[in-house]
Design a protein around this ligand. Sequence first.
Ligand code: AHR
Length: 498
Amino acid sequence: MKKAIIITDKNFIIGEVDKRIFGSFLEHLGRAVYGGIYQPDSPFSDKDGFRNDTAELIKELNVPIVRYPGGNFVSGYNWEDGIGDNSTRPQRLELAWGATEDNQFGLNEFTDWAKKVGTQPMMAINLGTKGVNEAKDIVEYCNHESGSFYSDLRKKHGYSEPHNIKLWCLGNEMDGSWQIGHKTAEEYAKLACESAKVMKWVDPAIELVVCGSSHMLMDTFVQWETTVLEHCYENVEYISLHSYYSNYVDDTADFLANTLQFDAFIESVITICDYMKAKKRSKKQINLSFDEWNVWYHSNGEKIDKWSKAPHQLEDVYTFEDALLVGGMLISLLNHADRVKIACLAQLVNVIAPIITSDTGAWRQTIFYPFFHTSNLGRGTVLKSIVKAPLYDSKNFTDVPTVQCAIVQDEENKKLTLFLLNKDLKEDIEITCDLRQFRNYKVAKSIVFNHDNPKAVNTEVDPYRVVPQEKKFADFEDGVLIMCLEKHSWSVVELKKI
Ligand code: AHR
């Protein structure tokens, strides 16, 4: 059997996990909102029209923030269309995705729903077709107590207390030519900086995310971040990153190696932030918001009926191997806990999502599970893990470690949890990990997520085809943890103090 070792130490601290790295994203797109979380005519819905079955699965995922309302959608959105009397809300042509938006769900419904599922809103503003004025107005509507036009309008709409939304995104993917109101770095940077300034004048307690590149392969990557931070450094707290991966050519080894690019993207953006910190002689550190990440490609090329309402759109049916890459990206996020403070799995329901709904209920896609494990068990302090495992080369990557690992210590509950990915498609790997500092711990839980068929999926008729299992594959004796990781598998080992 192949062998690997993992070296760690309780003093090798990367950083505290900011729980917001287990965030997600809901866009007015396809059936994410309508038919996903909100469906007044469904037997699964509560009196407010929110689907209970979906809400239960979201609670299982333990998602502390949800980014809303887009995405590309937000760059053409008028937030005032979605407030006040439902019967007078306008129907609009939604240009980003070619559908009709009837605005029955808007900002206030979203904050109500967020309370129901126990999450916090992360609100994006429109910097495509709108600007400084709207940026100021929406913060006033949401966060100002009373005694001004927009705060009193909120009260009139039945919300006497401010929503107090803490986290705001300054537009979405403004570097992309597909974006409504696409801008050059200079144009965007100036608008973002001025919007940030007035938003903080209205509420100095908010935190802001400025748009970075839509992905690492954009021609403007680096130049975009540098320009944006040159203008906005002192006005924002975070810069965004987005990445989606695909396996069009059916090369699973190469597909799983994409975590190397994911890591490189994070590390490049950290470098740019710190370059700008030095250039500006600033004491402030800009952190990262990886606010769109996932696998996305199964639904590409689909056709929808133009201007239909809530069509089936971007409903990727995820395979088992997709879940492995999602697990790998979660490990990468944890291992950058010192700088990645926010991350959003894109998206949450129906649209490239871990949860799918139909008229018969809601079910968990394969990618649900690694997120569920890390979000529920990966809270605490990340310890650095040095992995010495066999390497492989693939079409686009060299020296890809077959094993990826993140180790999270939860001192309060006296737990140590290891998240592990074996990317070897042919062989199991035996791992030895010296944990003598945790000698008085024992294995409390060991979970394997695997399937013989990397293309296996969960569907409405077979929703439990690909599920994790509790299984004994880890022995802990005299402070040495020995684990046998099955080929192409995701594993979790939780140690607990005796
Ligand atoms: O998540 C789907 C889309 O991907 C978002 O609307 C956009 O921001 C990104 O390109």
